[in-house]
Design a protein around this ligand. Structure first.
Ligand SMILES: C[S@@+](CC[C@H](N)C(=O)[O-])C[C@H]1O[C@@H](n2cnc3c(N)ncnc32)[C@H](O)[C@@H]1O
Length: 241
């Protein structure tokens, strides 16, 4: 079944193109041209052509996905199921239009928590209940204040993000992208995706500390999602039993 609701897509196509044009300075000429062509010629309706993240964010914002097929909504549900939308949260690599942060911020705020976001290319300088840091997240970033780190498709920052969560005992939920981020320490072995091999290496190293979960079937994504729970989180759960 198609991920996109065609009726809503055609209803909102012009609005999405206008949004990109209005924010050309953020998207940049090259990316804006690619996105506009994809919309102009309806390339996104071809199941053989993937939907780039920058368009996924807009499809989610404009309600183009069919019910159960919006990755941002489904990832938010996973965060909620793990009680990760509490305390001090940090989203890494939100993308130009921070769709997940937009969905998560009100929920975190309602539970008296906080949301900080690291993304050098973000469109906004202000977002309700979110502290935006327009800088790259690195191994040197101070994460002492955070309980939970999360990200969808962190791409280039995948390795530092995961390493820091384990080294500094943080909750983590990360949905891996399909790119190959091989390094000498984390090479690609035999999996279809580098992420699969990376997850297996981590599982071997950290055993039960690593939980690997899947996207709901409705999202049609076979990429892994890694979950880690901090000592503080586990103690809180234990004290509730
Ligand atoms: C594939 S996009 C994913 C965007 C978004 N999470 C989504 O799924 O819609 C990867 C994003 O990672 C961001 N990024 C790359 N390196 C980063 C870093 N060191 N810190 C924070 N964000 C970074 C890029 O700017 C880009 O927006």
């Amino acid at each position: 079944m198609e991920l996109i609701d065609r009726e809503k897509y055609f209803e909102n196509k012009e609005k999405m193109m206008y949004f990109i044009e209005k924010n050309l300075h953020k998207y940049g000429n090259e990316l804006a041209l690619i996105l506009e062509l994809a919309l102009q010629y309806d390339l996104v309706l071809n199941p053989k052509i993937g939907i780039p993240s920058s368009l996924s964010q807009l499809f989610s914002k404009f309600g183009i996905y069919r019910s159960g097929m919006d990755m941002y909504v489904e990832f938010l549900n996973l965060l909620e199921q793990h009680s990760f939308l509490e305390g001090n949260c940090c989203e890494i690599a939100s993308g130009i239009y921070p769709r997940l942060a937009k969905l998560a911020a009100p929920k975190i705020h309602m539970k008296h928590g906080s949301l900080t976001l690291y993304e050098p290319r973000i469109l906004f300088s202000k977002l309700d209940h979110v502290q935006i840091i327009k800088e790259p997240f690195t191994k040197e970033t101070d994460i002492d204040a955070f309980d939970t780190l999360f990200s969808i498709y962190p791409c280039d920052v995948t390795i530092p993000l995961v390493e820091k969560a384990f080294e500094e005992d943080k909750n983590l939920m990360v949905a891996f992208c399909s790119c190959d981020h091989s390094t000498k320490e984390h090479p690609k072995w035999f999996g279809k995706y580098w992420a699969e091999d990376f997850c297996l290496d981590y599982k071997e190293k950290y055993n039960d500390e690593v939980e690997l979960i899947e996207w709901p079937q409705s999202v049609h994504l076979t990429l892994p999602i890694m979950v880690r729970k901090s000592t503080k989180y586990k103690e809180k759960i234990k004290s509730k039993i």
